[in-house]
Design a protein around this ligand. Structure first.
Ligand code: PLP
Length: 370
């Protein structure tokens, strides 16, 4: 068996120790004589799994008691609609458009009410985070929405926007648990777990209790789309993604064993610095993001068009790089189809050796091709 360095943006690399543990428990979960996949979600054994997962997440993120933790299904993309449906009480909200995921979320908001674009970085293909210190937020807006780390473009908010007292709702899919965040600064944080935390099919939502729909408001929200349904039933109104939550729980324990989110941040900063330092000094390769907006998790780069001026040659060289990288055990380095070039996603579970191997390969490729 040989494992590659997997730079996929998601579903993505998971800690090897977690996969090994899950493998060891596959046929007989701790003396129950069955796999977690075969277990009733109403069983004592499963209740313990989900309770422990929630407790570990609360510990890791220091989540206050007045926030609910929900394990949902439907992907981050379903939250794009569920958020306005639950929270647009005055039928108006502000969106900051920093990439495709924020744009997709803003599109769903229009099904519910008045979606106001507060700022956008589309003018420069989302290569920066706009100034969010004085946005045109009005009193009648229910919330301000951001995608805090932009998976495709490789940007992250250097600081949270000034929401002028409005509740902040953040899609943290591709940065969830990569560093400490102050939960009290948000009305809601959510993440599809397949980027940094677990297998596809689970969304984790952290919601301040007072934001949940009231009994009266719930009369107009379909049951499964109402966050209150899931909050009132401990994420077990219906069958949850049992196995996915079990793996997430193991990843939470792995992060704890690594020293928690402060340690995770340090580990991620160290990895990102190796790659960004190389890019900043490279002639052949160019990072595509403005320095103060750089993500720790997703690093897009291209062959520098000022050096390889023929667009066809540039594209061919990038294709060659991706093909050779794959042969060298560096997988899924191709950029998103909307940006082109390359992208290295270096989530929590990517070891520092993987980033070093990538940079060594880039150095070699540069020498051979410049
Ligand atoms: C991947 C991603 C999504 C979409 O997730 P799905 O679970 O596929 O719906 C949304 N937001 C961000 C930031 C993402 O990276």
């Amino acid at each position: 068996m040989s494992r590659v360095y997997n730079f996929s943006a998601g579903p993505a690399v998971l800690p090897e120790s977690v996969l090994k543990e899950a493998a060891a428990e596959m046929l007989d979960y701790r003396g129950t004589g069955m796999s977690v996949m075969e277990m009733s979600h109403r069983s004592k054994a499963y209740q313990a799994i989900i309770d422990e997962a929630e407790k570990d997440l609360r510990d890791l993120m220091n989540i206050p008691d007045n926030y609910k933790v929900l394990f949902l299904q439907g992907g981050a993309s379903l939250e794009f609609y569920r958020i306005p449906l639950n929270f647009m009480r005055h039928k108006k909200a502000g969106y900051i458009i920093t990439g495709q995921w924020a744009k997709k979320a803003s599109k769903e908001a229009k099904f519910v009410g008045d979606m106001v674009v507060l700022a956008s970085s589309e003018d420069k293909t989302f290569s920066y985070i706009p100034d969010c210190s004085d946005l045109p937020i009005t009193d009648d807006m229910d919330y301000v929405y951001i995608c805090q780390n932009n998976t495709i473009y490789g940007t992250k908010f250097p600081e949270l926007p000034n929401t002028k007292g409005k509740d902040l709702i953040a899609d943290q899919s591709s940065m969830f648990l990569s560093e400490p965040v102050d939960v009290t600064k948000y009305g809601m944080i959510y993440a599809g777990v397949q980027k940094n935390v677990g297998p596809a099919g689970v969304v984790i939502a952290i919601i301040r209790e007072d934001l949940l729909p009231t009994e009266e408001e719930s009369k107009n929200i379909p049951t499964m789309l109402n966050y209150k349904t899931h909050a009132d039933n401990g994420s077990m109104f219906n069958t949850p993604n049992c196995y996915g939550i079990y793996i997430c729980g193991k990843v939470f324990k792995w992060i704890k064993s690594m020293g928690g989110l402060e340690a995770m941040k340090k580990h991620n900063e160290e990895k990102a610095a190796i790659l960004y330092n190389f890019l900043d000094n490279s002639k052949l390769f160019l990072g595509t993001v403005e320095k103060n907006s750089r993500s720790l998790m997703n690093v897009p780069f291209i062959v520098n068009p000022a050096v390889v001026t023929d667009p066809e040659k540039k594209a061919a060289l990038e294709a060659e790089f991706i093909a050779q990288a794959k042969k060298a055990g560096l997988e899924n380095i191709k950029g998103h189809r909307s940006v082109g070039g390359m992208r290295a996603s270096i989530y929590n579970a990517m070891p520092i050796e993987g980033v070093k191997a990538l940079v060594a390969f880039m150095e070699k490729f540069e020498k051979e091709n410049l």
